[in-house]
Design a protein around this ligand. Structure first.
Ligand code: ZN
Ligand code: ZN
Length: 108
């Protein structure tokens, strides 16, 4: 700890260091360090620590979203396909006399 007292911030030469970054082993003042995963790291290392999951996540999310999109289209396609199929299976006689009948013309 005695060593820390004589250290100055890596970014601010006039400020006394309050913490040492475990990643880059440099000394930093209170303003330059942030807590991340119960560890005190400098902002430069925080960016490095945060970036990997961020770059990893979009790739996973993109694959997941693409799969979701394909699944959604497939579900929608099957849904409409089976509706169409079931509508085609209904015999024409079912609709006979029920559709396209204009009542007001008959009433005349
Ligand atoms: Zn650092
Ligand atoms: Zn500083």
């Amino acid at each position: 700890m005695q060593n820390l007292l004589h250290q100055r911030c890596f970014n601010h030469a006039q400020r006394e260091a309050v913490a040492r970054c475990p990643e880059c082993t440099r000394f930093y003042c209170r303003e330059c360090v942030t807590e991340h995963d119960d560890r005190v790291v400098c902002s430069a290392c925080l960016k490095k620590l945060v970036r990997p999951p961020l770059t990893r996540r979009p790739a996973f999310v993109r694959i997941f979203r693409a799969a979701q999109c394909v699944a959604g289209i497939a579900i929608a396609w099957f849904f409409f396909f089976f509706i169409g199929e079931s509508l085609l299976r209904i015999p024409a006689s079912f609709h006979e006399g029920t559709l396209w009948r204009v009542h007001w013309m008959d009433e005349k």
